[in-house]
Design a protein around this ligand. Structure first.
Ligand code: SF4
Length: 476
């Protein structure tokens, strides 16, 4: 394929070959032609059982598979994998589903099961251990991932409208990876669970495959996001999926450990401080994860946290921060806080400021409480006046700016790794971020002379100056 690309005169053509092609063309000579054989699309056979709702599910799955580049097969013999969309409404429907799975295995052998019988995975596995994957009803992403796993598509730059890594709104060198949707908590100020429902985690192998594609397409930094990263996999009962000859569990620690081996920076966001978060700190010490945790504490006063109905609201956070810093001295902790929550007294707010003084968080974002339509907190008594919210907001921001300035000043004279976000050709300088800075929300590192650095490079930088939020330096 490479040879053909070069012959066609695309970037990479040698000067002599390109000029030969131009001369031949000018003289009316026929250009040497070679046809490109596109890879054959894998074919999926579909057996759809049950009610019209199941039929609509089958149509959605087929539509998605076709848009991904799969062909459909009308018979077992021509299919690379057979998908059986089952019905489990009545005993007779279950029997029919099992019979259909048995037939597909006998006729083809490579079978993925989805639909209502997904709830009876154990029963199916006992009868047909050779089934490749079993997913439940409406688990579209899971069934599509199972088909991709069973019959992988070959990427073709000639036929694919979308690059293998998907379309991105971020620059090529960093990418957000969403590991779950929804949330099982019911924080009083938040309506996300009403909008997006309870936690639904993605399969760990699908997440890792996406991460690999992003890295192959140029990503150097993966930003793990969700509504509640620490809760990842709870809904999947932390089951394990095959991955690279072994297994990976649907659990935050296992997933991010595996992600850390893929070769990009891995940064964790929205991590609630459940006890098992302690297990990711050693992964930072090993260099598998960036020494960075974004933990949305939202407040420190136990009374306010209870009123907010916050998860992982426990008193030992300061002690744990200390232990984490002992293990990973450079760990950067980012958090956000809500000020002026209903019932927050001056004493509660003072408690928060004293807590922050002790916690010495690296990055702090603050928000004034706003009654979002539909949030339970709107009905709480003792709403705080706007002027008081504003005054508290200014105080918390001033304190966090002072802490940040001190922490950044301590980095002057050190050499740190910086990922380059943008090079300014006019000034010859560049802007990047250290391991302690997530894009958009944290500080930046400004390089007065970028040398030969390009966007996405990771370079050692000597820090010369600092201010409240940013660092300034030159490549080492
Ligand atoms: S604030 Fe976060 S943890 Fe709380 S309900 Fe909303 S999404 Fe869930």
């Amino acid at each position: 394929m490479d040879k053909l690309v070069k012959r066609a005169g695309t970037p990479g053509t040698s000067r002599s070959a390109a000029s030969l092609l131009r001369k031949m063309s000018a003289k009316g000579a026929a250009l040497p032609m070679k046809t490109v054989t596109l890879p054959r699309a894998p074919r999926v056979g579909l057996v759809s059982l049950g009610c019209p709702k199941n039929l609509v599910d089958s149509e959605r799955i087929m539509t998605k598979l076709r848009s991904n580049g799969y062909d459909m097969s009308a018979d077992y013999a021509g299919a690379d994998v057979v998908l059986v969309n089952t019905c489990g409404f009545l005993d007779s429907a279950k029997a029919e589903s099992l019979e259909a799975i048995g037939e597909a295995i006998a006729e083809n052998g490579r079978v993925v099961v989805t639909g209502c019988m997904g709830k009876e995975a154990q029963l199916i596995r006992e009868r047909f251990p050779q089934v490749l994957a079993i997913t439940g009803a409406h688990q579209y992403e899971a069934v599509i991932a199972a088909v991709h796993e069973a019959a992988p598509l070959s990427a073709s730059p000639y036929a694919d409208l979308v690059p293998e890594s998907g379309l991105k709104l971020t620059p090529r060198h960093y990418s957000y990876v969403k590991i779950s949707e929804g949330c099982n908590h019911r924080c009083a100020f938040c309506i996300i669970p009403q909008l997006r429902g309870d936690l639904v985690s993605r399969r760990p192998d699908a997440i890792l495959r996406e991460a690999e594609k992003l890295i192959a397409a140029g990503t150097r930094e993966l930003l793990v996001i969700s509504q509640d990263t620490s809760a990842y996999g709870l809904d999947l009962k932390h089951a394990a999926w095959p991955w690279k000859g072994g297994e990976v569990r649907a659990h935050m620690t296992d997933l991010v450990r595996e992600m850390g081996t893929l070769g990009a920076w891995v940064r964790l966001h929205y991590v609630y401080p459940y006890p098992h978060v302690d297990n990711v700190i050693p992964l930072m010490a090993e260099g598998l994860l960036l020494p960075y945790l974004d933990i949305p504490f939202q407040h420190a006063s136990p009374k306010v946290l209870r009123a907010m109905k916050r998860p992982a609201n426990e008193a030992k956070v300061l002690k744990r921060l200390k232990e984490w810093r002992e293990l990973v001295p450079d760990i950067a902790i980012r958090s956000s806080f809500v000020v002026g929550f209903p019932g927050e007294t001056e004493a509660d707010f003072d408690y928060l400021l004293r807590w922050l003084e002790e916690a010495q968080l690296d990055r702090v974002g603050a928000f004034k409480f706003e009654p979002v339509e539909g949030a339970a907190a709107n009905a709480l008594p003792d709403q705080v006046f706007e002027e008081v919210k504003q005054e508290r907001y200014e105080r918390i921001m001033a304190l966090s700016a002072r802490i940040s300035a001190d922490k950044l000043a301590a980095k002057v004279g050190r050499t740190i790794d910086v990922i380059i976000d943008a090079v300014d050709p006019e000034t010859g300088g560049a802007t990047g971020r250290s391991k302690a800075d997530a894009p958009e929300i944290d500080g930046e590192v400004h390089l007065r002379d970028a040398g030969a650095l390009k966007q996405g490079d990771i370079a050692a930088v000597i820090i010369e100056e600092s201010d409240e939020h940013d660092l300034f330096g030159v490549p080492a």
